[in-house]
Design a protein around this ligand. Structure first.
Ligand code: VGL
Ligand code: ZN
Length: 212
């Protein structure tokens, strides 16, 4: 089957654009290499979908996922939280800060809803569906269900964190999931990109370079 045979502009498909925010782009607090290069491909993709949802990493100051909240712990080290291991990050995407804003060239107008995540002090949320305890819902599943959406296409930042966690949760929930890799960029911490790509493949997620 050719990829173009999958009709993305059908009402049962949704493009999920993950965390295309200033702090994940060059010059930002948690810059992903070439993170800004996803903007133009995503703007193009948006035109092919009749349903578009954005996510926004949205932390309070002193969030528990920030290394600065853990004395003696450097960024990119890890701590045990009640819900499991948590990587510690530089302070990023603080609510209402310029770093938390979407990239200025991202076409956000078509967004039907914007899911904010990581807004509770004690818990991080990589996935657009569940917080990092794997259990607390963001509400996105219900939104998609009431719209009768079955197919999810993902693009954004970062491939190996918020995109992968969202894709894996979507697959677990029974959606047909496609990740458009040319519209994603990765953090790649200690081999995380290869690990997460393998995990996604194993979960039956369709990984494509391009969407045409
Ligand atoms: C993300 C680390 C921390 C992401 C968010 O959007 O992939 N990564 N917060
Ligand atoms: Zn974050």
């Amino acid at each position: 089957m050719k990829l173009r045979d999958i009709s993305s502009n059908e009402s049962n498909s949704c493009l999920l654009v993950i965390d295309v925010q200033n702090d994940f782009c060059p010059g930002g607090a948690l810059a992903v290499m070439h993170g800004d290069q996803v903007v133009q491909p995503i703007n193009k993709l948006i035109g092919s979908f009749s349903n578009v949802v954005f996510t926004q990493d949205w932390h309070p100051a002193s969030h528990s996922s920030f290394a600065s909240s853990h004395k003696g712990k450097p960024p990119f080290s890890s701590v045990k939280m009640p819900y499991g291991d948590q990587t510690l990050w530089p302070d990023h995407c603080i609510q209402n800060s310029p770093g938390a804003a979407f990239h200025p060239e991202l076409n956000t107008a078509p967004a039907q809803t914007i899911i904010r995540k990581g807004y509770r002090h004690e818990i991080d949320s990589y996935s657009a569906f569940f917080e990092n305890d794997g259990n607390t819902p963001t509400g996105l599943e219900g939104w998609l269900a009431t719209k009768q959406i079955k197919n999810i296409y993902l693009a954004g930042l970062a491939t190996d964190y918020c995109v992968a966690y969202s894709a894996l949760d979507a697959a677990r929930l029974g959606f047909t999931v496609t990740v458009i890799l040319s519209a994603c960029r990765a953090i790649d911490l200690d081999g995380s990109l290869a690990r997460q790509l393998a995990k996604m493949k194993n979960a039956g997620i369709i990984l494509v370079e391009k969407f045409t």
